[in-house]
Ligand binder design. Structure first.
Ligand code: NAD
Length: 264
């Protein structure tokens, strides 16, 4: 690490240590070092020829429910076999060090909850949950897959309530609206934040990508961790280039030291 990197890292940590209302926006990049591919990585093996933007849509599910269901089953199994990484754990420590930390995530892997973060807004749902595609008993109508039997090679089961629509993953697909409560909370948190830390998102998926801009308009400092430039990089006060699982623990170590010194 060069002297310049050290200076940036110190300044980055100092801004976080002084935050009283920290918003953290996370995307697929924070789970990359857990072995979960981002959407813009080439998918492995069998799935390499599919474009997620064409699979993760309501029309893809209508056209070919089995294809979409199998892709989500594959992704869920990948997530189940993986573990949260040092970046997820570093955010738990930040929550313990600072007066207020709210995570706004686009991820559906549930890792922030798994490590014990208490304040998590899920913008794009949860891959571990299943719901009726027709929301037959209201949105969302959850389905407990462990309670139904069906031929798993044939694709998704029918909803056990209406027995007409298919079961589908409780995730937000491209072209679908976000859960309104989660979105409302995310806007409020972004407007009120004094600092927004943006980790591992390309900033290409709306409306999540607009949140750092909203926060900046309301006076928040924007900090970014990402190995590559994103649409948010231009408004970042400091961007640290690299993987979140390497960089974030270093940042949090410095935040802890700042807090300790200021308490003494
Ligand atoms: P994205 O795939 O568009 O972008 C990923 C970003 O992460 C890129 O900017 C990349 O440079 C960065 N990145 C790669 N490795 C990194 C690392 N080690 N540390 C930090 N950053 C790293 O992802 P997105 O912006 O989250 O948006 C796409 C959609 O993908 C979202 O809707 C999300 O729901 C979905 N998605 C979620 C998961 C998951 O839950 N883990 C995985 C894949 C896709």
């Amino acid at each position: 690490m060069s002297a310049n990197d050290e200076v940036l890292l110190d300044e980055f940590a100092r801004i976080i240590a002084n935050s009283t209302r920290l918003a953290v926006s996370t995307g697929a990049g924070i789970s990359k070092e857990s072995g979960i591919p981002t959407f813009r990585d080439a998918m492995d093996g069998l799935w390499a020829r599919y474009d997620p933007e064409e699979l993760a849509t309501p029309s893809a599910f209508q056209r070919n429910p089995k294809l979409v269901w199998d892709w989500y089953t594959y992704r869920r199994e990948l997530i189940n076999a993986a573990q949260p990484n040092a970046a997820h754990y570093a955010l738990v420590e930040l929550e313990n060090l600072l007066p207020q930390v709210v995570i706004i995530t686009q991820n559906v892997d549930g890792f922030h909850d798994k490590v014990g973060n208490r304040n998590v807004i899920h913008l794009h749902g949860n891959i571990h949950r299943t719901k009726c595609a027709d929301a037959c008993k209201g949105e969302p109508t959850y389905i407990d897959l462990s309670q139904i039997e069906w031929n798993q090679d044939a694709g998704p089961p029918l909803c056990p309530y209406c027995k007409k629509a298919y079961a589908r993953p409780d995730v937000v697909w491209f072209t679908e609206p976000l859960p309104s409560d989660a979105l409302r909370q995310a806007y409020t948190v972004s407007r009120k934040a004094d600092v927004m830390l943006v980790i591992g998102t390309s900033g290409l998926v709306q409306p999540a990508a607009s949140l750092p801009f909203l926060a900046a308009e309301h006076g928040a400092k924007i900090l970014e961790i990402n190995p590559n430039p994103s649409t948010i990089s231009n408004i970042a006060t400091i961007r640290l280039e690299g993987g979140a699982a390497i960089i974030l623990p270093k940042v949090v170590k410095r935040v802890r030291a700042y807090k300790k010194n200021s308490d003494e």
